[in-house]
Every structure is written in C-alpha cells, then in structure tokens.
Ligand binder design. Structure first.
Ligand SMILES: *Cc1c(COP(=O)(O)O)cnc(C)c1O
Length: 395
C-alpha cells in the first residue's frame, strides 16, 4: 500500500507517491513490461473476472507501472482520480467523448491547440454533437453560448500562442448553470502552477509529452477528475477502445515527475527573466508573457497562475522574412513545434502549428506573420538572452 500523502508537499508526493515495491525491494520504480498476467488456478482466474479491479488481468485495463504514475499525477493535481492515455490528444478526445452523445452540445474557446480544435470542429459534429466556439476572454460570448443547455465546455488558458487568459471561476459558473462539465487543458499553464479544479473546473487534461516528461523522450496523456467521472465514464471507454499508455512510457513519465517541480520553477523563472529583458526592445511590436506588467490581463494571470509559465511569445517587427531570419540565427534555442522541453524551442506559429488556419482566422486570433513562440528550457538564462540578442542583431 502506498503511504498517505494528504499532508505532504507536492515535491514529496512526486518522488514517493504511489510507489509499490516488488519482492526485490528495488529503490527505483520497477517497469512491469507485461501485456498479461497469470493465475495459479482456474478458480483464481474466475474470481479475478468476478471482482473487477481487484487484481491485474490485462495491461489494456491496468498495469502496475501505469497505476503508480496515475497515483502520482492524482496527488500532483489534488484530484480524486486519474486516467492516463497514450498521448495528450487521446486524453482530450476520451475526456470529451466520455461525456458526450448525439444531440449534445459543446462550447469551446477559439484559441485551441490545433488538434483539439479539429476534434471539436470536425470530429464531434460527425457524430451529432453540436459545437460552438467563443472568444475565451469575452465573458459575454461565454454567457450567450451557455444560455442553452450544454454538456461540455473545453478551454485552454493561457492560450496558444498569444497567451491570453480565460477567467476560470467565471466561465465555470456559467458552464455549471448550463449543466456542462468544464474540461481544462492545463499544458500551457504547466502542471502544479495553475489548479483548475480549485478554480471551478471539473476535469483537467495534460499532454504528459510536454513538461511531465520534459526531456523530449515519449508521448503520454492524463485525464484528472472525480472518481465517478474517471471510473464510470472514462475508464470503460479507454478499456474497450484501447488508447492505453505503455508501461515503459509510464516509467519515463514517473521519472519526469520526480524533477517536475524543480524544472517548472526554473523554466518559469527564466521565461520571466527573458520576457522582462526583451520587453520594450525595438525589434518587437510586443512581448507577451502572462506575469509581465504589460500583459493586458496580468491581474487575472497572477490570480490564477502561481508562476507565469514557460512560454514567451514575441511579435517581431517586419513579418515572416524577419521572423525566419531571426529563427535561423539562433544558436542555443532550436527550431521546433514542440514545447515544455528542457531544450529551449522556438516556433513560427503562422507557418507551422497554425498554418492550417486561414489568414482571417489567424488575424482574428492575433497571430501575426512576425510572431514567434519560445518554449523556455533549462539552459542558463544569460546564455539564452545572449542568444536572442545576437539573433536580433542580425536583422
Ligand atoms: C501538445 C499538446 C496537446 C496534444 O498532446 P500530444 O501529447 O501531442 O498528443 C494538447 N494540448 C496542448 C495545449 C498541447 O500543447
């Protein structure tokens, strides 16, 4: 049995939570790389199938390494239960589909990670789910959209890549009045830094591929919520449709969790340093960072997020040509559409993550041709600042 972590700080829970040692008494978590489990008698097998969940029967259902990860993530989020998945997108899809059926309605913020938008805009309507998008920062739009009965609300805050903040308690109140379950993708805020469940949300989603692994090694996802929602709605769906997490990936993510608070703290600290250093620099139209004094929603950002996150967005003057020149000049930061890594990664959203959108849609979301998104890693802050400075000097 795992220890009771109710009284311990997250750092402690993320190192020891959910640990169940084998008979060999290993220090590190064991990797149970097995698809199936055996029984010492036919009676034992019969009993296992009669008492669902009492022991491991098949790794699509449950696996000890995966169980340890789920318990640790549950402690991190302060949720009643956690279900892990093979990627962040399978977490988003399963969290929503477990709630919805034909004839239902989902309301979402417009500024979503591309694949999340695809699920809500393209996939769900095919199965008879009506979807409506709102400007997440405009409470009047939420209120209008939620004036009809609605089953699910989906949002990300801060948004990608413009780092706009959505008022979680206000949206949750409107959503609950409409009968909706509020699902928050918390990746951009970073795990542990913003607690959507304490701010009125019902379900939290992570792409564990990002900060939880944090070292670019594997894919994974997590759904956190009430025991009733996870066990009765999500688990049957996952069990029978199969987006289960590999025990090997679960083990990598477990090791990621041990250092997560340290990494998040440092990455957010460096991101703030970079944002402050370049704020007001002539090369940029603006520098966007949730905890920067100049952020239009800085008060809300400080209220909802303990630290400002690991993403900084720059609106470079001179459009795509200058943006490409800047990216190509970087020596420490690397060009990649990924994020949340120990390596600092720079993206040009207009031609990569958001290239599927029309010019009008990008303009409406505030995504300019000169916009660059920086996912701040664990390199030395002064080296990163020096790198960005020398890239500006080439323009
Ligand atoms: C990466 C990401 C996802 C998707 O996660 P995968 O692990 O890539 O499937 C969803 N939402 C946000 C905000 C992300 O950054």
């Amino acid at each position: 049995m795992s220890k009771d972590f109710a009284d311990w700080h997250p750092e402690t829970a993320l190192i020891q939570g959910g640990l169940e040692r084998s008979q060999h008494m290993e220090t590190a978590e064991a990797i149970y790389m097995t698809s199936g489990y055996v029984y010492s008698s036919a009676e034992e097998a019969e009993h296992a199938f009669k008492t669902d969940g009492a022991r491991y029967v098949y790794s699509r259902y449950a696996n000890p390494t995966v169980t340890t990860l789920q318990e640790r993530l549950r402690l991190l989020e302060g949720a009643e239960a956690c279900v892990t998945t093979s990627s962040g997108m399978s977490a988003v899809y399963n969290a929503l589909i477990a709630l919805l059926k034909a004839g239902d309605r989902v309301v979402a913020s417009k500024a979503l990670f591309g694949s999340c938008q695809y699920i809500i805009n393209e996939i769900l309507p095919r199965y008879g789910v009506e979807s409506e998008f709102v400007d997440g920062t405009d409470l009047a739009q939420w209120e209008a959209a939620l004036s009809k009965p609605t089953q699910a609300v989906f949002l990300e805050t801060p948004s990608n890549p413009t780092l706009e903040i959505i008022d979680l308690p206000a949206v949750a109140e409107l959503a609950h009045k409409a009968g909706a379950t509020v699902v928050v993708d918390n990746v951009f805020a970073t795990p542990g830094n913003q607690k959507p469940l304490e701010l009125g949300a019902d379900v939290v989603i992570y792409s564990a591929t990002k900060h939880i692994d944090g070292q670019g090694r594997c894919m994974g996802g997590a759904i956190l919520g009430t025991q009733e929602y996870c066990k009765e709605k999500v688990t049957p769906f996952i069990r029978h449709t199969g987006p289960s997490l590999s025990p090997f990936n679960a083990w990598i993510l477990l090791k990621g969790l041990e250092t997560l608070p340290l990494r998040i703290e440092r990455q957010c600290e460096t991101a703030l340093k970079i944002a402050k250093y370049f704020e007001g620099n002539d090369a940029f139209e603006k520098v966007l960072y949730p905890h920067l004094e100049s952020h239009p929603q800085v008060e809300l950002a400080r209220k909802q997020m303990r630290l400002g996150g690991s993403m900084v967005t720059f609106d470079l003057k001179g459009g795509k040509d200058k943006a490409f020149k800047f990216l190509n000049a970087l020596k420490v930061a690397t060009i990649s559409n990924n994020l949340g890594d120990s390596k600092t990664l720079a993206t040009h959203p207009a031609t990569t993550t958001h290239q599927r959108l029309s010019d009008e849609e990008r303009a409406e979301m505030g995504i300019t041709d000169g916009m660059l998104r920086l996912s701040v890693g664990l390199e030395n802050a002064d080296d990163l600042i020096r790198d960005l400075d020398q890239a500006i000097a080439t323009l």
